[in-house]
Every structure is written in structure tokens, then in C-alpha cells.
Write a protein of this length. Structure first.
Length: 365
């Protein structure tokens, strides 16, 4: 892991969005024998390979970031496990084009849980953008967020004070199992150089602004870059799905592919946001990746079910709380580095994400 990169801002990577005619290629891969193919793929996914190796091995086998495969859960739970996987930064955004993909009941991919879990209702995440209730429900969420915007910072600061008191009290045990554990994990592992830079920026800006305000947070460019980098390297919702509304041609970096109407498109976001043809050292945590010229790479950060450079509307499926998540993530770092100079962590993986243990804390003078 690295807190900085010497020349990522002046990267000579090819422009993936440049318009050029790419050869049309049959989508490689396959689904195997009925029943047995999906069962084999499920065993590979969960037991023999694990998620990353499952997709990586198929990318290498087919020499393509777009291919056909089965995805879990498969037989006995999902009728049709067949998908077209899109695993690069160029093909992945087809999942955001609601004129070409349908989002009805695809939040969990090929499996639709019973509405008994949600009071008999299909909640907003399961609604397609063309369903009349989608705009109404998402618009309500957005209006509530706007109405409460003045309360987020004071409420969060009050709550986080108790969190840090617990960190100091338990010493070797970090109470960050729920609250932004991935952010704490990556920043903690990045080391003292990044911690020193963050502490300097945060304390300087807070002093100049006379407190922790939205204006102050907006001036903390390194802090913001660190948050975006955490969201890039470990997006909180790694899987996205959409069903083709019509025959559609998509492109990867080097080929075009025809996806037929009704086919399920699947994206594993960590591969798209760690695309080596877009990001230098994509597997490394580079805290200043999005500073300066690096800011142009934000359009390839997809954690919110859309581009980071886009704003959510009632006509799309981008997270209505996108800006709030970034704000509170920055605020967490601000509150932390106003209190502490540096810290170390130990991270493990549990079912729903990272489990972070804070091993040491150095309080600010």
C-alpha cells in the first residue's frame, strides 16, 4: 500500500473514452451443461477460487474483460444464473444507462428475495426507472436529505466523539466494525506519512476557517482524495446488475460485443475501478491519486452506482445519498486527525466486509 505516487497525475494512459471503431467480437465464455454448469461455477466461486480469482481466471482464459458465465446462487434459488460479465472501466458504465438496461428486481442479481422481508412492498432499490413510483420514492428521499442538510455535521460530530472515546478506552480493540471500516482500514495501513499530511491539512484548514464547516471540508483536497481512493479500491457495493432492454452493442478497451435483449449484464465493480488501463498501480492505495490532474479520473469511480462526476436524479439509480456519504467520510477523517497524529490497524474479513482492530493510537499534542 502506498500513500502517494510520484507521477500518477501525469499518467500517459490511453484515453478509454476516445471514440474509435472497435472490432465486433462474439462474447466468449459459456454456461456449461444445464444444472451441472451452474453448480460447478458456484463451487468455484465460493470454495475453490473465491470471488476475485473466479473472475480473474476467466478473464485470462477468454482473453477478455467481457464474457459469459454463471453467477451464484444458481440452482434451487435462482432460475437463471446466466450473465454477461463486464469487468473493465469502459464496458461497466452500460449498467448506468437506464435507456438500455432495466433495473426491475435486479438489486440482488439473478435472485429476487421475497417481499415479505419488506412488508410486501418492492422498495426503491428494486424499482426500474420507468416505473412511476420510482421517481416519487427517490424524489422523497432526496427531499428529506436536502431538508436535513444542516443537521448532518453537528449530529455526526456528537456521535463520533463517543466512538473515539471507546477507541481510547479499549486500546487494542477498535469499535469500527460498522462505521466506515474500509476507510479506517486503508488509511491506517497507508502509514505515518499520509497521516502526517492529513493531520496538517485538516488542522490548518480548521484553524483558518474557525471550525469544522462544509466550507472547511470543501477546502481539504487531500482528505477528499483519500476518501475517493478508499471508495475506488474497495467499493461498498461490489456487484451491479441490469437486464438489456434491447439488443445493445457495448465496448471494452479493445473490442465490441453484441448483448441481446433480455440478457442479464453483471458488473463486478472492484475490477472496473482497478482497471490497469485507467489507473496506475491500481491495487495500491494511493492517497493523493485524485489531486491535481488526477481529478479527471473521478469519472471512473463508480461506487455510487454511477460516475462520481454525475449527480443523482429521480431518473437514474445512482445513490441519492452519494454526496452525504462522501461528506461524512471526510468528516470522520477530520474528527480523527483533530484528535490523533497517527494510528495502526489490523484488518480481517467477515461476511459483510472488513473487521478493523485499532492496535495503537498516538494522541495529538
Amino acid at each position: 500500500m502506498s500513500s502517494s505516487s510520484s507521477n500518477h497525475s501525469s499518467s500517459s494512459k490511453p484515453n478509454p473514452s476516445s471514440k474509435k471503431t472497435l472490432p465486433l467480437r462474439d462474447i466468449p465464455g459459456g454456461y456449461g451443461l444445464p444444472f451441472f454448469g451452474p453448480i460447478k461455477d458456484r463451487r468455484d466461486y465460493y470454495y475453490n477460487q473465491g470471488t476475485d480469482e473466479f473472475f480473474k481466471s476467466r478473464m485470462q482464459k477468454y482473453n477478455s474483460t467481457v464474457f459469459r458465465t454463471n453467477v451464484p446462487p444458481g440452482p434451487f434459488m435462482a432460475k437463471n444464473p446466466k450473465v454477461v460479465a463486464v469487468l473493465d472501466a469502459v464496458s461497466f458504465p452500460i449498467l448506468f444507462d437506464n435507456s438500455k438496461v432495466e433495473k426491475k428486481n435486479v438489486l440482488d442479481g439473478t435472485f429476487m428475495p421475497s417481499t415479505d422481508f419488506t412488508g410486501g412492498y418492492r422498495v426503491c432499490a428494486f424499482l426500474d426507472t420507468r416505473e412511476p413510483s420510482h421517481a416519487a420514492v427517490k424524489g422523497f428521499f432526496s427531499s428529506q436529505l436536502a431538508k436535513l442538510h444542516n443537521k448532518f455535521i453537528p449530529t455526526f460530530r456528537s456521535s463520533v466523539s463517543e466512538l473515539f472515546a471507546n477507541l481510547e478506552g479499549f486500546s487494542a480493540y477498535g469499535g469500527t466494525k460498522v462505521l466506515f471500516p474500509a476507510l479506517i482500514k486503508w488509511v491506517g495501513a497507508a502509514g505515518e506519512d499520509l497521516h502526517r499530511q492529513l493531520a496538517h491539512e485538516i488542522r490548518t484548514v480548521v484553524k483558518e476557517e474557525g471550525g469544522v464547516t462544509v466550507s472547511a471540508l470543501n477546502k481539504m483536497s487531500l482528505t477528499k482524495s483519500v476518501v475517493y481512493e478508499a471508495l475506488r479500491i474497495e467499493p461498498p457495493v461490489p456487484f451491479q446488475y441490469g437486464k438489456a432492454r434491447e439488443d445493445v452493442v457495448i465496448s471494452s478497451h479493445d473490442s465490441s460485443f453484441l448483448i441481446e435483449k433480455g440478457e442479464m449484464i453483471f458488473g463486478y465493480q472492484p475490477f472496473a475501478t482497478k482497471d490497469p488501463k485507467v489507473f496506475d498501480n491500481p491495487e495500491e492505495f494511493v492517497g493523493d491519486r485524485f489531486l491535481g490532474d488526477g481529478e479527471r479520473l473521478l469519472k471512473y469511480v463508480y461506487w455510487s452506482n454511477g460516475r462520481e462526476t454525475d449527480n443523482p436524479t429521480v431518473d437514474d439509480k445512482q445513490c441519492p445519498g452519494k454526496d452525504l456519504v462522501v461528506l461524512l467520510s471526510k468528516l470522520l477523517l477530520v474528527e480523527f486527525f483533530l484528535r490523533y497524529d497517527t494510528f495502526s490497524v489490523e484488518a480481517a474479513t467477515i461476511l459483510l466486509g472488513p473487521l478493523v482492530t485499532v492496535k495503537s493510537l498516538t494522541k495529538a499534542d
